[in-house]
Design a protein around this ligand. Structure first.
Ligand code: OGA
Ligand code: ZN
Ligand code: ZN
Length: 387
C-alpha cells in the first residue's frame, strides 16, 4: 500500500474497523463501517483532506492545496471502496482522492466518533496529600526512551515528579531538560541558581519561606514545566511543598462557587521588576478551557500588584483570594518533602504550585538550580515517542 498517498502524516493509523460500504447523498458521503457505525463526510471536507501528493507535499506532509481553489459545488463522480479497503473518490473535475480507513476513522466527525475522541483525551489525575509521588531514575530516563516516555506522561497527567540519581555537578540539569527539548531562557538565565544572595532580585533568592506559587506569572505565557535540581542542601529547613492547583480550584468550585467564579473572572496583575527589567501581566488566577475544565493557575503572592477592580467587586476578590490561599495551606492538599542532593523536581508550573519553607543559611549551604521548558515541547516529545 502506498502510505504517502493514503495518509498525510508521519505516523500510521491502525485499522479500527474496515469500510463496508459507501452511500452518496446530495452534499456528503456516508461511510459504513464493519462495526455498524455510519460516518458522514461532506464533499468539501473530503476534498480538503485529500492526501495525494498533488495536495500534500510528501516531504513536509503539509498541505499545498487550498479548498478555496475547488468549486464549492464540487461533487464526486463516483465513490467506492477499492481493493485495499480505501475510500476512493473520483471528483467531477478529474481529481482522484484515496483515504486510508484507519485515518478516516480517526478523523470521523459523527457524534459518536467525536465523543469517543473527547473521552480518550488524557485528563489530569487530580491529587491531594496522599499522592504516591512518581519517582524516576536519572540513568534510565537518560538512556531509555520508554523510561523517558513514562516520566513525561507522569509530568503531563500528574504534574509532579521526582528524578533521583542525578549528578550533583552544577549544570547537570541541562542535559536532563534537553532530553525533552529546548530550555526556555528567562531574565534569570538558561539555568537559574536558587541560593540566598545579598543582592537578590527575587524573594526566591533569599532564605525566606516562599508561599505556594507558580513561577513567572508575570509573563503572558507561564513556563509549562519547571525543574528544581538540588546540588547542596545542608541548611536546616527549606523543605519543598507542593499542591495540585487544579484539585484546589475544583474544590473551591464545589465549596465556594462565587469565589471560584471571581478568580476566573477578575484579572490580577503580577509584576517582577529589577534595575533592568519590568515584567507585568494582568490575568485571572484561574483559567478555564473551552469545556470549562480548569486549565491553568497563576499565583505568586510576592509578585502580585495592588488589586485594581471595581468598588463593588473588591470585597469579593479579597474573599476569593483569601479563600484560595487558605486552601493552599490546608494539610489535605499538601505534599511536603525535603529534596536531597542528586534529586530534582519536575512539575507542571501552570498547574502545580510549589513552595519552600524558610531555611537557616547559618546552619549550612543550600544550592538548587532550576530551568523551564514550555508545555508544547513536552507534548510534542510525547507524541513523537509514541509514534
Ligand atoms: C523558586 C523556588 C524553591 C526552593 O526559585 O522559584 O520556588 O526550594 N524555589 O528554593
Ligand atoms: Zn489530492
Ligand atoms: Zn518558584
Amino acid at each position: 500500500m502506498n502510505t504517502v498517498a493514503a495518509v498525510a502524516d508521519f505516523r500510521t493509523y491502525p485499522l479500527i474497523s474496515a469500510l463496508n460500504g459507501v452511500q452518496r447523498l446530495a452534499d456528503r458521503v456516508l461511510a459504513e463501517w464493519a462495526d455498524g457505525r455510519v460516518s458522514p463526510f461532506h464533499h468539501a471536507w473530503l476534498r480538503d483532506n485529500c492526501p495525494c501528493p498533488q495536495c500534500v507535499y510528501s516531504v513536509t506532509r503539509e498541505q499545498v492545496f487550498e479548498i478555496v481553489d475547488a468549486s464549492s459545488s464540487l461533487e464526486p463522480a463516483a465513490a467506492r471502496i477499492d481493493s485495499d479497503g480505501r475510500l476512493l473518490i473520483d471528483w467531477q473535475d478529474g481529481h482522484l482522492s484515496r483515504f486510508d480507513p484507519g485515518w478516516l476513522r480517526a478523523h470521523a466527525y459523527d457524534d459518536e466518533s467525536r465523543a469517543e475522541r473527547l473521552a480518550a483525551k488524557p485528563r489530569p489525575f487530580l491529587w491531594r496529600s496522599d499522592l504516591q509521588l512518581p519517582v524516576f531514575d536519572y540513568a534510565a530516563l537518560m538512556n531509555d526512551n520508554d523510561a523517558l516516555l513514562h516520566w513525561l506522561l507522569a509530568v503531563r497527567d500528574i504534574g509532579l515528579t521526582q528524578v533521583r540519581g542525578v549528578p550533583t555537578e552544577p549544570g547537570s540539569l541541562k542535559a536532563v531538560a534537553q532530553r525533552i527539548s529546548f530550555i526556555r531562557e528567562s531574565n534569570f538565565g538558561v539555568l537559574f541558581n536558587v541560593q540566598s544572595k545579598a543582592d537578590a532580585d527575587s524573594n526566591a533568592y533569599t532564605a525566606f519561606n516562599l508561599p505556594l506559587h507558580t513561577d513567572l506569572p508575570t509573563r503572558e505565557l507561564q513556563p509549562g514545566l519547571q525543574f528544581l535540581h538540588c546540588l547542596v542542601n545542608d541548611a536546616e529547613g527549606g523543605e519543598s511543598i507542593f499542591v495540585d492547583g487544579f484539585a484546589i480550584a475544583e474544590a473551591l468550585r464545589r465549596e465556594d462557587p462565587p469565589s471560584f467564579q471571581a478568580l476566573c473572572d477578575i484579572p490580577v496583575e503580577f509584576r517582577n521588576k529589577d534595575r533592568h527589567s519590568d515584567y507585568r501581566r494582568l490575568a485571572p488566577i484561574i483559567a478555564l478551557d473551552a469545556l470549562g475544565h480548569v486549565a491553568e493557575i497563576r499565583m505568586a503572592n510576592f509578585l502580585r500588584g495592588a488589586f485594581d477592580t471595581s468598588v463593588e467587586q473588591m470585597p469579593l476578590l479579597y474573599r476569593a483570594y483569601r479563600r484560595f490561599i487558605a486552601m493552599t495551606r490546608e494539610p489535605r492538599f499538601r505534599v511536603m518533602r525535603r529534596l536531597n542532593p542528586g534529586e530534582l523536581w519536575c512539575f507542571d508550573n501552570r498547574r502545580t504550585l510549589h513552595a519552600r519553607n524558610a531555611f537557616d543559611p547559618a546552619t549550612g549551604a543550600r544550592h538548587f538550580q532550576g530551568c523551564y521548558i514550555d508545555r508544547d515541547e513536552l507534548l510534542s516529545r510525547i507524541l513523537v515517542l509514541q509514534r
